[in-house]
Design a protein around this ligand. Structure first.
Ligand code: SF4
Ligand code: SF4
Length: 426
């Protein structure tokens, strides 16, 4: 007989104390993108926490309604920023997703679909193979390329930027020497999506770090830090990739990240290994050395001269930087440190753009609605240049700007800083 759906099991369930921290005040509701879209309690942080509590109190099977409510969550962590009671929703949803994936609450088909998406996105080699297909799709149109089959793959390719094959395979040097007074060694995490589709962002980041006195080491392995797996409930794979990442970066004074989703995962390794007495201390010590590149640069006086960039730039807060890591002031301060650059603030900074890892592939309709809303707010600032520190956000904003007929250019703050240091327009 086929196994029925399992109840919440006793492997790493969400911690009851963390669930009980929620006092149901509702302050988080206005910042939750799904509550904003649908106005339903089940699609709010408070409603999702109530469902977690019922999962604990009632040892019955996980219901389809529970799975749906948790799957609808973007994991944007706007509720964490908004909550006056300090509810750690990030940890709660991470553990809840683990429970869902370990149960039989999903159909086999859905499970396979998810596995296929993760198998592609966390492997730079497989993503590179996609680059010529993306270029061909842009030339021929998706229907002619695949005859209308594989709609998910087509959606994915529509979101992918037109990276050149040469840029996608170009590698960073293993070591880049510091310029001027040496500040120490920085291990730079290349990322998976970032290194294939945003190689220029990685090169700009390394150049800025070197100009600021850091000797930059860019290990090629591991291929991925486990962020996507961690944020979608695959704790086993996330822990395996985390162990390799900790090992690969153990020699460096600091570990530097320029992709918000990866940075928040690296800082969360301590929690990931909380039940592992051997790895927990290593993971916590590792996380303490992790910095988003803007954090690291803002901790030190600038060394390299900034040349003027007479530009207006709208700053987009990536959720995993602003909400998950609490990093909002540092990238703004770095951009304001560029002479002649005017920084503009879009409305609804706290609302997710709908990218959220692979949410825009798993839940394309609400993701697109949020993408269009974000683009409208960015366009309303009156500038056509956006600074965003996460590859997913850059893809989402560019794709929906193009859909709405807006010419929005999205750059990483490090690309702007690099151009300023080199004295050229980006
Ligand atoms: S993480 Fe984002 S989508 Fe999920 S409940 Fe919190 S605010 Fe809502
Ligand atoms: S998560 Fe925080 S803000 Fe939201 S209802 Fe609970 S206590 Fe209130």
């Amino acid at each position: 007989m086929a196994p029925g759906p399992r109840a919440f099991d006793d492997i790493r369930p969400p911690e009851p104390d963390l669930i009980d921290d929620c006092v149901h005040c509702g302050f988080c509701l206005p910042t939750c993108p799904t509550y904003l879209l649908w106005g339903r309690e089940m699609d709010s942080p408070r409603g999702r926490i109530v469902l977690m509590k019922s999962g604990h109190d009632d040892p019955g099977p996980i219901s389809a309604a529970q799975v749906d409510a948790w799957d609808n969550c973007l994991g944007c962590m706007a509720c964490v920023t908004a909550c006056p009671s300090g509810v750690q929703y990030d940890k709660l949803i991470e553990d809840t997703r683990g429970q869902v994936e370990r149960s039989e609450a999903r159909t086999r088909r859905e499970r396979l679909r998810r596995r296929a998406i993760f198998a592609l996105f966390t492997h730079p080699g497989r993503l590179r193979a996609l680059v010529p297909l993306v270029a061909l799709q842009r030339r021929l149109g998706p229907e002619r390329l695949l005859g209308g089959r594989l709609p998910r793959l087509q959606a994915m390719m529509r979101l992918a930027p037109a990276a050149g094959m040469r840029a996608a395979v170009r590698r960073l040097p293993e070591v880049t020497a510091a310029r001027g007074t040496r500040r120490g060694t920085a291990g730079f995490l290349q990322g998976c999506v970032q290194r294939v589709f945003f190689g220029d962002v990685n090169r700009a980041t390394v150049a800025v770090l070197a100009a600021e006195g850091w000797e930059v080491h860019a290990p090629r392995l591991p291929r991925c830090c486990g962020a996507l797996q961690l944020h979608t409930g695959d704790g086993g794979e996330a822990r395996e990739l985390a162990r390799r990442t900790i090992e690969a970066f153990k020699r460096f004074d600091v570990v530097v990240v320029n992709a918000a989703g990866c940075g928040s995962a690296l800082k969360d390794y301590g929690h990931l290994f909380r039940d592992d007495p051997r790895w927990r201390p290593r993971a916590e010590a590792f996380s303490a050395r992790v910095r988003d590149v803007s954090e690291l640069l803002a901790e030190h006086e600038p060394a390299a001269v900034r040349h003027p960039l007479p530009l207006s730039v709208a700053y987009h807060d990536a959720c995993h930087l602003a909400h998950a890591q609490g990093v909002r002031a540092q990238p703004r301060a770095l951009l304001r440190g560029i002479p002649s650059l005017e920084l503009r603030e879009p409305a609804e900074w706290e609302i997710c753009c709908g990218s959220a890892g692979v949410y825009n592939l798993l839940k394309p309709e609400p993701a697109a609605e949020l993408g269009r809303r974000k683009v409208a707010n960015l366009v309303a600032t009156g500038t056509d240049l956006v600074a965003a520190a996460n590859p997913g956000c850059a893809l989402q904003i560019a794709a929906h700007a193009a859909e709405l007929g807006h010419e929005l250019r999205v750059l990483h703050p490090m690309e702007l800083l690099h151009a300023s240091i080199e004295g050229r327009m980006p």
